[in-house]
Design a protein around this ligand. Structure first.
Ligand code: G6P
Length: 614
């Protein structure tokens, strides 16, 4: 979604803002803008399209100043135009504001303002905030006070950042609800503000996060924090471990490709410090449950969106099999509106890369309302999901994921889910130490096995060459590999725009079989597991109707090789863990198809990396 950056300090503000916005490009946007105080007035520069357009605009009409705010917009209210791009101004032109989130009651507020004689310059909900700030500034003579008064009128979740020419060198930032985060970066004699940590990592790792209903007054080298009701807050900064180099693309053509190849490292890091092979134990010290509570757990409601939802489906297989705890899987957007019954001895398991997906956060809040704990499996350090997780946040340690299509976050989510399942299984007496050890051993071997898959190139290029013109594709799998089939289809449609469906293979005869013809590539995941023979029958059914079978099979499986048009071999592991390996060919297939079709791999059309609005 939208990105926010602000700066107060001795550097050239335009440069800091543009650079910071560049770091947030992965969030997806359709226009961008900055406002900088040049000592005489607030200079606004805004452009539609990529940040390159804004940079060109700034080269033509440079603006020099030491304090400013910038924004990348992903349209919600109003079309993609320069007038609708942020920052927005109040009626006097002395106040500028940027916003993430949605003002739910903006129409009502706008009507009132129009009745007061305001003439709106844009169709956005953000301009309502700008104009309210202007009105309240006239009354209070203070941006901080005006912000308090304005936010008291807004409904919805928002992160709002504003500045005024009348208070040079000062930025006021505030947060309402969970739709937009605010992080403040503390430098030496300079201060940064942003929606996300990567925007400021080039400058500092000392950060403060704003919580719901908090406000910050930011100046060069200093920050004051308040609750919206006026109370002062004392909060120690925390140190963010990511380094800027790992956020850059390095030698890879695309971030997605880089992230696919980072998986061996990421899969190692997610295990780090959490396994003891000698004792056959999994340590998840981040969980806040007592041993007794773990034993008494009867039910887990797993909630997630997009790719993370597929990870939740795999988590269900793992937790039910290894810990014998019932797991229900919901989409965040459905869970929050269906009056869910969480019940006693139950926990919510939120799975989210960004930790900012609003529908997933809503499930965690529902858990709190029903007095159940929530556990988060989450990548972004210090994100909202991590902070809301009173049952514990299990960090993926995958490092920043920039490509919109999730890859290393997905496979590390699976491993985190296995660790949770093993920890639960051991605590509940379902798994003996020997059995846990067998799984730990297999987990330890996964990074190396992924490395082996990554060494194959030719097959993906060949497949992309042969099938890149396909209109549709079908992905089939069974058991724990059924979610992988869903994920394979999602990956392909997200970045190559080929229509793709994922199905549990046994369900094919109830519908998708009608799609099979001579033009349809069908990706079949056929590992040697409990449903291997069933999968072979499914492959026969596809072949009998002229479909092209691309099989994902165990290394050296001659039987599958004889039946399929193409085979992608993956190493064997314990059946429950195969999704970590079978999902890697899904990523590579989607990537090669998208590249062959000339698509924008890292920023596919209409998609955003983290969806902080409904
Ligand atoms: C967006 C992204 C997906 C992601 C989903 C959930 O739709 O494009 O790649 O899977 O959000 O995001 P989360 O950060 O909660 O894992």
């Amino acid at each position: 979604m939208c990105g926010i950056v602000g700066y107060a300090g001795p550097r050239d503000a335009s440069e800091v803002l543009l650079g910071g916005l560049g770091r947030l490009e992965y969030r997806g946007y359709d226009s961008a803008g900055i406002a900088v105080d040049d000592g005489r007035q607030l200079q606004l520069r805004r452009s539609v399209g990529k940040l390159g357009n804004l940079a060109a605009h700034l080269r033509e009409r440079p603006v020099v100043g030491r304090c400013g705010i910038g924004h990348t917009r992903w349209a919600t209210h109003g079309g993609v135009t320069e007038e609708n791009a942020h920052p927005h101004r109040d009626a006097s032109g002395d106040i500028v504001v940027i916003q993430n989130g949605i003002v739910e009651n903006y129409l009502e507020l706008k009507e009132r303002l129009v009745a007061h004689g305001h003439q709106f310059a844009s169709q956005t909900d953000t301009e309502v905030i700008a104009r309210l700030l202007g009105e309240y500034y006239e009354e209070t003579g203070s941006l901080e006070q005006a912000m308090r008064r304005t936010l008291a009128e807004l409904r919805g979740g928002n992160a709002v950042v504003a500045m005024t020419r009348r208070e040079p060198g000062r930025i006021v930032a505030a947060r309402l609800g969970h739709a937009g985060g605010i992080v403040i970066g503390l430098g030496d004699g300079e201060t940064f503000v942003a929606s996300d940590v990567p925007a400021i990592l080039d400058y500092t790792r000392q950060v403060l996060f704003l919580e719901d209903r908090e406000l910050a007054v930011i100046e060069a080298g200093q920050v004051r924090l308040y609750r919206l009701d006026g109370a002062t807050i004392e909060r120690a900064p925390m140190t963010i471990p990511w380094d800027p180099v790992s956020a850059a693309r390095g030698d890879f053509k695309h971030f997605m490709q880089k992230e696919i190849f980072e998986q061996p490292r990421a899969l190692t890091d997610v295990l780090r410090g959490r396994i003891d092979l000698d004792d056959g134990a999994v340590m998840l010290d981040e969980l806040t449950f007592s041993e007794r509570e773990l034993r008494q757990l009867e039910r887990i409601c797993a909630v997630a969106c997009g790719t993370a939802w597929h990870a939740a489906l795999v988590a269900k297989f793992a937790i039910e099999a290894l810990a014998r705890v019932r797991v229900e899987v919901d989409y965040g957007s459905e869970f929050r509106y269906r009056e869910p019954l969480i019940g006693r001895n139950a926990a919510v398991l939120a799975i989210t890369q960004s930790g900012e997906t609003v529908d997933t956060l809503a499930a965690m809040e529902e858990a709190r309302r029903q007095q159940a704990k929530s556990i988060a499996i989450v990548n972004a350090v210090g994100s909202q999901a991590a902070r809301l997780a009173d049952g514990g946040a299990i960090y993926l340690h995958a490092g920043p994921e920039i490509g919109v299509a999730s890859t290393k976050a997905f496979t590390t989510m699976l491993v985190a889910a296995y660790l949770l399942a093993l920890r639960l299984g051991a605590a509940r007496g379902v798994l003996a130490a020997g059995e846990v050890r067998r799984y730990i051993q297999a987990l330890i071997e996964l990074p190396g096995k992924v490395e082996r898959i990554l060494q194959q190139h030719a097959i993906y290029e060949e497949l992309a060459e042969r099938y890149h013109g396909a209109r549709d594709a079908l992905f089939l799998g069974r058991q724990a590999n059924y979610p992988v089939a869903l994920e394979g289809a999602l990956k392909l449609k997200e970045i190559s725009y080929i229509h793709a469906e994922g199905y549990p293979a046994g369900e094919m005869k109830h519908g998708p079989i009608a799609l099979i013809d001579r033009d349809l590539p069908v990706v079949c995941i056929a590992m040697r597991d409990g449903v291997y023979e069933k999968m072979i029958s499914n492959i026969e059914q596809v072949r009998a109707r002229g479909g092209h079978v691309i099989a994902i099979a165990a290394e050296g499986d001659a039987l599958i090789a004889a039946k399929a048009d193409y085979v992608i071999e993956v190493p064997e592991t314990l059946p429950l863990l195969t999704p970590v390996l079978t999902s890697v060919p899904m990523q590579l297939l989607a990537y090669q198809f998208a590249v062959r079709r000339g698509c924008d791999v890292d920023q596919p059309r209409n998609l955003a990396k983290s969806v902080t609005v409904e």
